[in-house]
Design a binder for this molecule. Structure first.
Ligand SMILES: [Zn+2]
Ligand SMILES: [Zn+2]
Length: 390
C-alpha cells in the first residue's frame, strides 16, 4: 500500500463528513459563498494557503522543495437546479437544488489530495496547484479562473481532473488517450419577419416558413457535409413562433445544441451554420441572428500524460479497471483548460452496490463514498509521481 492510500483511508471519516456537509447545502451557478467559505476555512485550519482568485473560485498552492514544474488538480463545486429525491439521511436542505453531478465528491477528493500532499510537501519535487471552481454546469467557472490568472504564477505545466461515474463501481478509472468528452455549443437562432393577417400571406414575411426550412437545412448540413462516421449531434430542441390562428408572427426562435469530439468538425460547423442561417433568411426575406449562448471545447486527453499516469498507477495499491476506448457523450468546461495545456480527465467509478439505474443529473442518483479516499489518494499519487518524473 502506498502511504497516500493508507493515509486517505485514515482520513475517510473526516472527508465523508465534509462531503455530507457540502451535499446537504448545495449551491448553484457562479455564486457559492457557503461552499467556498467551508473549503477555504477547512483547508486554512490545516495550514494550507488558500486564495480566492475570483468570487467563489479558490486556488490552493502547495510549494514543494526547490524549483520544479507545477501540476494542476481540478475540482468543481457547483450543484444542479433539481430536486433531491435520493432519500438519504443527509439529503439536500435546499428545495430545488441538489448535488446531482457529484461535484461535492470532486470537492472533497481534491481537499483530501491537498491534505495528503501538504503533509509530504518537503518531498514534492515541484508545485501542486489545486483549483476549486464554481459554475461548471453553466460552462463559466473554468473560464473565469483562467481569466483570473489560474495558469500563471507559478505557470502551470499540466492538469489532471477527475469526474465521478455513478454507473461503474469503485475501482474503475477511465482515462483514454485523445478525445474523451464532446464539445458543447448551445445556440439560439432568431428569425424576424413581418406580421400580417393569416388570410393575406403575401403581406407577411413569414418567420415560421423560414424556421422550417432552416431546421431541414441544418440536418442536411450534418448529413451532407460531415462524414457519416463522424460523431456529431445537431439538435433543435425548441421551436417557438406565433400565438394565434390567423396572425403571422413577427418572430420565430429556435434553440439547439451541437456536440462533437472533433474540434475540426466543430470549427467547420460553427462557420457553416451561420452561412446556412443567412442563406435561408435571405431566401425568405427575414432578418436572422445566430447566437451561441453557452459553449465549451471537447476534452482531448494528452496521450503522453495518459501513458505517464498509467505507469504511475502500476505502483498504486488499487488495481483499477480501465477501458481505453471509453467515451463520454457529455461536456465539461475543463475543456477550456485542456485546450491550453496538456491535460487528462479521468472518470472514476462510484456506483453503490445493488443500485442499478444511477445517472448523473438524475434527481435520485447516489454515490458510493468509498470513492472519496480512492480519488484523493489517486490525485496525490499522480501528482507526486508526475513531479518526480518531470
Ligand atoms: Zn453535470
Ligand atoms: Zn459534472
Amino acid at each position: 500500500m502506498s502511504d497516500f492510500y493508507r493515509t486517505a483511508l485514515d482520513m475517510k471519516e473526516e472527508l465523508v463528513s465534509y462531503r455530507r456537509r457540502i451535499y446537504c447545502n448545495p449551491e448553484v451557478g457562479l455564486e457559492l459563498p457557503e461552499t467556498t467559505a467551508f473549503v477555504k476555512e477547512t483547508l486554512e485550519s490545516k495550514g494550507l494557503e488558500v486564495e480566492e482568485i475570483a468570487p467563489s473560485a479558490l486556488q490552493v498552492l502547495i510549494r514543494g522543495k526547490g524549483e520544479g514544474k507545477t501540476l494542476l488538480l481540478r475540482a468543481d463545486m457547483d450543484a444542479l437546479p433539481i430536486e433531491d429525491r435520493s432519500d438519504l439521511d443527509f439529503s439536500s436542505k435546499r428545495p430545488g437544488k441538489m448535488h446531482g453531478c457529484g461535484h461535492d465528491i470532486h470537492t472533497v477528493m481534491a481537499m483530501g489530495a491537498a491534505l495528503l500532499l501538504h503533509e509530504r510537501k518537503d518531498e514534492l519535487q515541484g508545485n501542486v496547484k489545486i483549483m476549486f471552481q464554481p459554475g461548471e454546469e453553466i460552462f463559466a467557472g473554468a473560464k473565469l479562473m483562467l481569466e483570473s490568472g489560474l495558469l500563471e504564477d507559478p505557470p502551470v505545466d499540466a492538469a489532471v481532473d477527475m469526474h465521478v461515474d455513478p454507473m461503474s463501481p469503485v475501482g474503475t478509472l477511465d482515462y483514454p488517450p485523445g478525445p474523451f468528452t464532446t464539445s458543447a455549443d448551445n445556440f439560439t437562432i432568431t428569425l424576424r419577419g413581418q406580421s400580417a393577417h393569416g388570410s393575406a400571406p403575401n403581406n407577411a414575411k413569414d418567420p415560421i416558413s423560414a424556421a422550417r426550412d432552416l431546421h431541414l437545412n441544418l440536418q442536411s448540413l450534418r448529413a451532407r457535409e460531415v462524414a457519416p462516421g463522424e460523431y456529431l449531434v445537431l439538435s433543435i430542441c425548441s421551436f417557438n413562433a406565433g400565438n394565434s390562428h390567423n396572425i403571422f408572427p413577427d418572430e420565430a426562435v429556435l434553440q439547439g445544441t451541437m456536440r462533437t469530439y472533433n474540434s475540426k468538425v466543430r470549427d467547420y460547423m460553427l462557420q457553416r451554420i451561420p452561412d446556412v442561417v443567412e442563406g435561408i433568411a435571405r431566401l425568405h426575406e427575414v432578418e436572422a441572428d445566430f447566437d451561441i449562448v453557452m459553449s465549451t471545447p471537447s476534452i482531448e486527453n494528452d496521450p503522453q500524460l495518459v501513458e505517464e499516469i498509467s505507469s504511475y498507477l502500476e505502483s498504486f495499491d488499487l488495481k483499477f479497471k480501465s477501458n481505453p476506448g471509453a467515451l463520454i457523450s457529455a461536456s465539461d468546461d475543463f475543456g477550456y483548460i485542456a485546450s491550453q495545456i496538456p491535460s487528462v480527465l479521468m472518470s472514476i467509478g462510484c456506483k453503490p452496490e445493488g443500485v442499478e439505474k444511477n445517472f448523473l443529473h438524475n434527481s435520485g442518483v447516489t454515490f458510493d463514498e468509498d470513492v472519496i479516499p480512492v480519488g484523493a489518494a489517486t490525485f496525490a499519487h499522480i501528482a507526486w509521481n508526475w513531479l518526480a518524473n518531470n
